[in-house]
Design a protein around this ligand. Structure first.
Ligand code: SDX
Length: 428
């Protein structure tokens, strides 16, 4: 017997179907609401609105649970790698040895950019933000793959996925090198994904970068922890663009733009800048926390709070632990880490944050590790984008495989009622 919800409107009772997910999440299906009642719903920021059904990632915000294809993030962080997790998220299963080798080979085969793309990098000013370059160059890369614009690629989606995943890393590294006036370092086909990225970022033409295992593992963990996260702002953007049947690269480029905002992926850069501001002011964090609680200050405790997590973000716990380990192994004593820890302790005791269930999120500690690795702050959100690419690709695939109608939300109009044109001589 189908479960339904009853809605009483203008004296009439309407029945709306209840949808239940595999983790007992429940929704009222309102797809017939306007036809039945003439009403639509309104939900500022979509805080109560499900845009789709998905089988990729599950989050329980109250319990601080995050699972990729059912596997807890804690297990994957401890036992897996970014590329294994990328296969899990995109293809729906952990790869066996053959699949892992094939996927890894595809990434190697697609790691180079078309040489003509180097001219685009020359066109950017040295101070260009790498997120602008990343979004632009993902679309530029698609121009070298016209098959993206036809249906034929559908039977080789994994090739397009690997192509995008491989090239974003090269684009990111080239953007960094360009910003520092350094020659581009090409990918080394003998290196695995994350090691290759570090090689392209920090090697010199006459001396290879020393790949310390703890550094490679720390960055690989950061990519892995960012790999997907339900219908966050950027993933929802990717699905929106995919629903118009735009190609994978165009959808991912749109995701990069949405991620850039300081309330979303740009928060990791904003956290580091916040910690540096506190450090520079000689503040132990108390003054900043007071400002973050004051609505008129225009300041927020960046890296804190989350639309879904009303408990500790499990990724933040994992990154905080990795922070201590990496900085110890690298013999780095970063005062910003001490400030971050003090901020966390103070906020978690402060009624303002406790009452609003504001906890550290994935962005609060990630920048400390990236800084220790030597990644510049303006590249932090690019690291987030590289990590999130498997999630965007998997969500794009879900939209393409399900004959989804184009996403087209409604609105409630609150503007001028019927009005008429007036000639310029009559206007005030
Ligand atoms: C990511 O969605 C995802 O899954 C995102 C992400 C992913 O993996 O894709 O997890 C990645 O984007 C993490 C979030 C990174 N952003 C930040 O750290 C920026 C700082 N945080 C916030 O701006 C905020 O918490 C958001 C944007 C994360 C969530 O915003 P919401 O859900 O819209 O919450 P809100 O702005 O309505 O805040 C509710 C209350 C408000 O106070 P009141 O009006 O109730 O008095 O909490 C306050 C807010 O002022 N508040 C904060 C705060 N976050 C919320 N006050 C001070 N500092 C903060 N950080």
């Amino acid at each position: 017997m189908e479960k339904t919800a009853e809605l009483i409107l203008d004296g009439k009772t309407y029945k709306l179907p209840i949808v239940e997910g595999t983790e007992q999440e429940r929704a009222i299906d309102i797809s017939s609401l306007r036809n039945q009642t003439g009403y639509i719903t309104l939900d500022d920021g979509y805080g109560n609105t499900g845009s789709c059904k998905s089988q990729i990632t599950f989050i329980d915000g109250e319990k601080g649970i995050l699972r990729y294809r059912g596997i807890p993030i804690e297990e994957l962080a401890e036992k897996s790698t970014f590329i294994e997790v990328a296969h899990l998220i995109i293809m729906g299963k952990l790869p066996n040895n053959t699949e892992l080798r094939q996927f890894s080979d595809l990434l190697t085969q697609n790691e180079l950019l078309d040489e003509a793309m180097k001219h685009h990098f020359e066109g950017f000013p040295a101070h260009a933000h790498p997120m602008a370059i990343l979004s632009a160059m993902i679309n530029a890369a698609s121009c070298f793959h016209p098959e993206l614009l036809t249906d034929q690629f559908r039977d080789s989606f994994v090739v397009q996925a690997a192509r995008l995943l491989a090239k974003v890393r090269t684009i990111a590294a080239f953007a960094y090198r360009k910003s520092r006036g350094l020659p581009a370092i090409y990918p080394n086909p003998d290196l695995k994904y994350t090691a290759n990225f570090l090689h392209m970022m920090f090697s010199l033409p006459n001396r290879d970068y020393e790949l310390k295992p703890e550094v490679v593992k720390a960055l690989d963990l950061i990519f892995l922890l960012h790999a997907d996260h339900e219908q966050n702002c950027s993933t929802a953007t990717v699905r929106m663009v995919a629903s118009s049947r735009a190609n994978l690269f165009a959808s991912a480029a749109a995701g990069v733009c949405a991620l850039w905002g300081p309330l979303h992926g740009g928060a990791n850069q904003a956290v580091l800048e916040m910690l540096q501001e506190i450090h520079k002011a000689g503040d132990d964090g108390s003054r900043f926390i007071a400002a973050a609680k004051d609505k008129n200050s225009g300041k927020r405790l960046m890296g804190f709070g989350h639309r879904v997590y009303k408990n500790y973000d499990p990724r933040a716990k994992i990154i905080k632990k990795a922070c201590d380990e990496v900085l110890t192994k690298l013999h780095i004593n970063d005062p910003l880490l001490d400030i971050a820890k003090h901020l966390e302790e103070a906020a978690l005791r402060d009624p303002y944050f406790v009452e609003r269930k504001l906890y550290p999120n994935v962005d609060f500690y990630s920048g400390i590790i990236m800084r220790a690795i030597g990644i510049p702050v303006e590249m932090f959100t690019v690291m987030f984008a590289i990590g999130r690419m498997p999630g965007w690709i998997a969500n794009y695939k879900e939209v393409m495989e399900d004959p989804t109608r184009i996403y087209r939300p409604r609105q409630i109009y609150t503007g001028a009622t019927l009005n008429h044109y007036s000639s310029v001589k009559d206007r005030k």
